[in-house]
Ligand binder design. Structure first.
Ligand code: SF4
Length: 331
């Protein structure tokens, strides 16, 4: 760990101003990913701006009945919130499928969005890595890539986003609220994270100095039958090989609304919009769900060691949609 200075800002705007005046400073809240990175010199900030004491820990209902989650609400608090458990169960289940109870007690909503990939080459400084240092290479492309991307990757980076929570947030059309010295703005969740392209070192579309202050979950996203299915190598404390957030609304026996997002397959949570459009107005039949899964994966480009993820994702999509259509619960 390198030497750095430390400060406690008085407000979100004060934090953002401090970041602007010191471009090598970093925000810290729960620290559940950043401290690991500091210990192996991946991140070497000049200053840590500790935002953990800011007044951003409230879950509130907005006048239009949407939910606003302060950026410092812990993952545990979100998963235990009665409104979320009842009306956005896919989000509670996604959070509870990730990390450990101890980590969820420390990790914050804002930090969850900004955690970095767990690609082992990224963390091992004996290897080059375009995400860690642009234009040095990507050893994962010809190396060990079983856990890497099958969708949206580039010849610069094939890493996947590690979050479970973010997969549910993508399906729920969440909105990210940020503040900077320029003012406040809201970023649709689908525009928040980036695909690697030629800039794999950038994970998000945050501008310099912007601080996440809250997440807004729209009232229209409510669905008591929403599910989260996570498939991984071991039953707990493991990242997804493939995960699916799905929510189906039925009108009679026809699908009148559907939300579908995948995790463990791309550099960002992957919303399957074309598959959703295909499903509208259809019945919940095995052949229909199978075709929707084909559509969701038709642009998949698996790497040498992860062809299995394509079929796994298709099966997981079919199962998650079916369970949601049957009323939800444990998948
Ligand atoms: Fe680095 Fe991305 Fe390649 Fe992993 S996949 S080694 S994070 S460039």
């Amino acid at each position: 760990m390198n030497n750095f200075t430390y400060c406690l800002p008085e407000s979100p705007l004060d934090a953002a101003n401090r970041k602007i005046s010191d471009p090598h400073a970093q925000f810290i809240a729960g620290g559940t990913n950043l401290v690991d990175r500091l210990k192996v010199f991946l991140d070497q900030p000049s200053q840590l701006i500790d935002i953990s004491q800011l007044d951003l820990r409230t879950i509130e209902k907005l006048p239009d009945q949407s939910l606003r989650l302060g950026a410092l609400v812990t993952n545990s608090a979100v998963a235990q919130n009665e409104e979320i458990r009842r009306h956005y169960p896919m989000l509670a289940r996604a959070i509870l499928s990730g990390a450990s109870q101890q980590i969820r007690n420390m990790a914050t909503v804002g930090g969850n969005l900004l955690q970095r990939t767990r690609c082992p080459y990224y963390y091992d400084t004996a290897f080059p890595c375009n995400k860690r240092q642009p234009a040095t290479g990507c050893p994962a492309i010809e190396g060990i890539n079983r856990n890497h991307a099958i969708l949206g990757h580039s010849d610069q980076c094939v890493a996947v986003h590690p979050s479970d929570m973010c997969v549910a947030l993508a399906a729920l059309d969440a909105v990210v609220e940020v503040v900077s010295p320029k003012g406040q703005r809201q970023i649709p969740f689908s525009d928040f994270h980036r695909l690697p392209g030629n800039t794999p070192h950038k994970d998000s579309n945050l501008e310099p100095g912007e601080l996440i202050t809250a997440l807004i979950i729209p009232h229209e996203s409510k669905n008591q039958s929403g599910v989260y299915l996570k498939i991984r190598d071991r039953a707990s404390y493991s990242f997804a090989l493939v995960s699916v957030a799905a929510a189906v609304n039925l009108q009679g026996d026809k699908i009148e609304g559907v939300r579908l997002a995948l995790g463990g397959v791309a550099h960002k949570p992957w919303r399957a919009i074309e598959a959703e459009e295909f499903l509208l107005g259809k019945s919940v039949e095995d052949n229909i769900l199978k075709e929707a899964a084909q559509i969701a994966l038709r642009e998949a480009q698996p790497l040498p060691q992860n062809h299995f993820k394509v079929e796994l994702a298709k099966k997981a999509i079919g199962r998650a949609l079916k369970v949601s259509a049957q009323g939800g619960g444990v998948v």
